[in-house]
Design a protein around this ligand. Structure first.
Ligand code: HEM
Length: 402
C-alpha cells in the first residue's frame, strides 16, 4: 500500500468502521450480496448501471429508498424522491438552470474573490485549511445558484450556517435507517424551517428577476411549497459532497507525488478530476427500493427489499479498473463508468457539470501556485455522514511569485 492508498483507507476506516467493514466484506464476497436488515449490496459497475436504469423494478420513493426518508422530511415534491413522468418533466425544467454557459458565468461571479484570497494565502506561504475553504466555496456557489441573498456584513457566518444546516439534514439518514423516527422528524422540521426562511426571501423578492433556481421555479409557475423541497435538495447536494471530496483529491495528488506531473502537463487536468472522483466517490451509497421481483445478470432481487449501490466498492473493481486502488492521473477510464460516481439513469446528478467545473477551478488554483505542497495535519471526519477530512491544513514551501 503506498501513502495515497493508506490515507484513503484511513479516511473510510475512521469514518464509520462498522459500516465500512460490512461493505468491504460484502465486496469480497461477491458482486451482489444480500445482507439481512441492510439489503442487496452491489459492488459491480455493470449491475449498478442496470439497476439505476431499471425504473420498473427499482424506485426512489418506496420504503427502503432514500427518497422515502426525503418525503418524510420534505414532502413528496423533492426531485430525489420522485419517479416517472412528473420527475422527468421537473428535471427537464430544472436543467435550464444547470446549463454549462450559465454555470461558467456563475462560478466566476460567486467564487473568484475567495479563490484569489485562497491562492494569495498559499503564495504567501500561510497555513490554509482546505476543508474550511471548500465549505465557504461550495456554500457561496450553492447560494448564488439558488438565489439566496445573505447579509453582506456577515457573509462567512451566513454561509457557515447554511453548511451546518445541510450537514445536520444529511445526518438524519443512515445505512440501516428505513424511516425517520419522531425525534428525527422534529429535527428535520426545524432544519427545513430555517432553510426555508432563507429561500422564501429570494422567492418572494419582487425586485429580483434573475436566472436563479428560486426565480426560475417561480417563473415556471411553481408555488413556494413546491419549490421549497427541490431547492433544499439542491442545496444539500451542492455543499457537502464537493466539500469533502476535493480535499481528498488534493491529498491523493500530494501523497502520490503526482501534483508536479499535473502542473507540468495541464492537459491531464480532466483525467485527474475523473480519476480523483473515481477513487474518492464523494456520494458513497445510493439506495433503491426493489418494487418487483427481478433477475439482473444472474442475481435475483426480491420485492420489498432494498438495493445499495456502493460506489466505493464499484469504482475499485479490478475487472474494470486495473490496479484499481492506485491513483493514476493518466488513467483512461472506460467511458461507461467515467461519470458513474454521479449516478446514472433518471436520477443522475443534476449538478454533475457544476461539480466538475468546481473541481477544475479549485485544482487549477492549486496548480497555479508553484512550490512544494506540504500537508501539515489531517483530522478525519469520524462518525460523520461523509468520509473525508474535518480539517486539512496545508502550506506551500518556498513559493515563487508568479
Ligand atoms: C462531487 C460532487 C457530487 C457527487 C459525487 C454527486 C453525486 C450524486 C449522485 C450519485 C446522485 C444520484 C442519486 C440517486 O440516484 O439516488 C445525485 C443526485 C443529485 N445531485 Fe448530486 N452530486 C454531486 C454534486 C452535486 C451538486 C453540486 C449539486 C447541485 C448543485 C447536486 C445536485 C443533485 C440533485 C438535485 C440530485 C437529484 C437528481 C434526481 O433525483 O433526479 N449534486 N448526485
Amino acid at each position: 500500500m503506498d501513502k495515497a492508498q493508506w490515507n484513503e483507507w484511513l479516511v473510510y476506516l475512521l469514518n464509520r468502521p462498522l459500516a465500512y467493514g460490512l461493505l468491504e466484506l460484502s465486496r469480497r464476497l461477491g458482486e451482489v450480496v444480500y445482507v439481512p436488515r441492510v439489503g442487496y449490496v452491489i459492488s459491480d459497475a455493470e449491475i449498478a448501471l442496470d439497476v439505476l436504469m431499471d425504473t420498473e423494478h427499482f424506485d426512489s420513493h418506496s420504503p427502503g429508498s432514500l427518497g422515502f426518508l426525503v418525503t418524510q422530511a420534505l414532502g413528496p415534491y423533492a426531485l430525489l424522491n420522485m419517479d416517472g413522468p412528473e420527475h422527468k418533466d421537473l428535471k427537464r425544467r430544472l436543467q435550464e438552470v444547470f446549463s454549462s454557459k450559465y454555470i461558467k458565468a456563475l462560478i466566476g461571479s460567486a467564487t473568484n474573490d475567495i479563490v484569489d484570497e485562497f491562492r494569495g494565502n498559499l503564495l504567501a506561504g500561510r497555513v490554509v485549511d482546505v476543508v474550511e475553504f471548500m465549505k465557504d466555496f461550495s456554500s457561496r456557489m450553492a447560494c448564488e445558484l439558488i438565489g439566496v441573498r445573505v447579509d453582506p456584513h456577515n457573509e462567512r457566518g451566513a454561509y457557515a450556517d447554511m453548511f451546518a444546516l445541510a450537514t445536520e439534514f444529511t445526518a438524519l439518514a443512515g445505512l440501516g435507517k428505513r424511516s425517520l423516527s419522531d425525534s428525527d422528524l422534529k429535527n428535520a422540521k426545524r432544519i427545513v424551517e430555517r432553510l426555508s426562511a432563507h429561500i422564501r426571501e429570494s422567492y418572494e423578492d419582487k425586485d429580483i428577476r434573475d436566472e436563479s433556481l428560486t426565480q426560475h421555479m417561480r417563473s415556471c409557475g411553481f408555488t413556494f411549497e413546491e419549490a421549497k423541497g427541490v431547492v433544499i435538495i439542491v442545496m444539500i447536494g451542492a455543499t457537502e459532497l464537493i466539500t469533502y471530496g476535493m480535499p481528498r483529491v488534493l491529498t491523493l495528488l500530494v501523497d502520490s507525488r503526482q501534483i508536479g506531473k499535473l502542473r507540468a502537463r495541464p492537459e491531464l487536468l480532466e483525467r485527474a478530476v475523473d480519476e480523483g472522483f473515481r477513487l474518492v466517490t464523494p456520494s458513497n451509497v445510493v439506495l433503491r427500493a426493489v418494487v418487483a421481483d427481478c433477475q439482473i445478470r444472474g442475481h435475483h432481487f426480491r420485492k420489498g427489499r432494498r438495493a445499495l449501490i456502493v460506489f466505493n466498492n464499484i469504482m475499485k473493481q479490478e475487472k474494470h479498473f486495473p490496479h484499481a486502488t492506485r491513483f493514476d492521473i493518466e488513467r483512461a477510464i472506460d467511458p461507461r463508468f467515467r461519470r458513474l460516481p454521479f449516478g446514472a439513469g433518471a436520477h443522475t446528478c443534476l449538478g454533475t457539470g457544476l461539480a466538475i467545473a468546481e473541481a477544475r477551478k479549485v485544482l487549477a488554483a492549486l496548480l497555479s501556485v508553484e512550490g512544494e505542497y506540504e500537508i501539515l495535519s489531517r483530522r478525519y471526519n469520524r462518525g460523520q455522514t461523509y468520509p473525508g477530512y474535518s480539517s486539512l491544513l496545508i502550506r506551500v514551501r518556498w513559493p515563487r511569485l508568479p
